[in-house]
Design a binder for this molecule. Structure first.
Ligand SMILES: [Zn+2]
Length: 193
């Protein structure tokens, strides 16, 4: 288990503390993909996970989009954003990925740490693309979300798709996913693991 501690070069002497916040994916009126059993969707899943991760700050895109959400988080001292989506394809696909802007070294570093830990805890899950990192360039899905977060001052901007929400065999429960993220994102809040 890693953390962003001094030995990792993230000590307070060198750089400001990483403080995470969640951007809830999609919106209440356009809630993203439905779960395999149609009982939830990406928006609702994201909100429930945010509640499970209290007191981590979170913001929705409902009123002013990703930009509004990031600005809201910034006001709460957040400098690392995570937008936790669920992947969806044909109900049969599986695998985990974190989207990172190509060339964004600090986000890459965070994502690699997170994915290594994820892989250690969930060896049965498949890491897609580059050991779980999906590189995003202009025009790709997710580009605007990540670029907006970075432009507004986030040091780390990640968009995760740890499971296929539409696949019964790949689905992760809200609680399981919250438990995983808690290992990483509470660190900036002075809470022990
Ligand atoms: Zn989505």
């Amino acid at each position: 288990m890693f953390c962003f501690n001094k030995s990792e070069g993230y000590g307070e002497k060198t750089v400001p503390k990483l403080t995470w916040g969640l951007v809830i994916p999609h919106t209440i009126v356009s809630p993203g993909a439905s779960s395999f059993d149609k009982t939830t969707n990406e928006y609702r899943y994201g909100l429930e996970m945010a509640e499970a991760l209290s007191p981590i700050p979170y913001a929705t895109r409902n009123k002013k989009g990703v930009k509004g959400a990031i600005l809201e988080l910034k006001e709460q001292g957040v400098n690392c954003s995570l937008e936790p989506h669920g992947n969806a394809y044909n109900g049969q696909s599986r695998g985990s990925e974190i989207l990172v802007l190509k060339g964004d070294k600090e986000s890459e570093r965070a994502a690699r740490h997170i994915l290594e830990d994820f892989n250690e805890l969930n060896p049965q899950r498949v890491l897609r693309h580059d050991n779980g990192i999906k590189w995003i360039e202009k025009g790709d899905r997710g580009y605007t979300n990540l670029k907006t977060a970075k432009n507004l001052g986030m040091r780390v901007a990640l968009l995760s798709e740890l499971h296929f929400i539409d696949s019964s065999r790949d689905f992760m429960t809200v609680q399981d996913q919250a438990n995983f993220w808690r290992r990483h994102i509470l660190i900036g809040h002075g809470t022990k693991k």
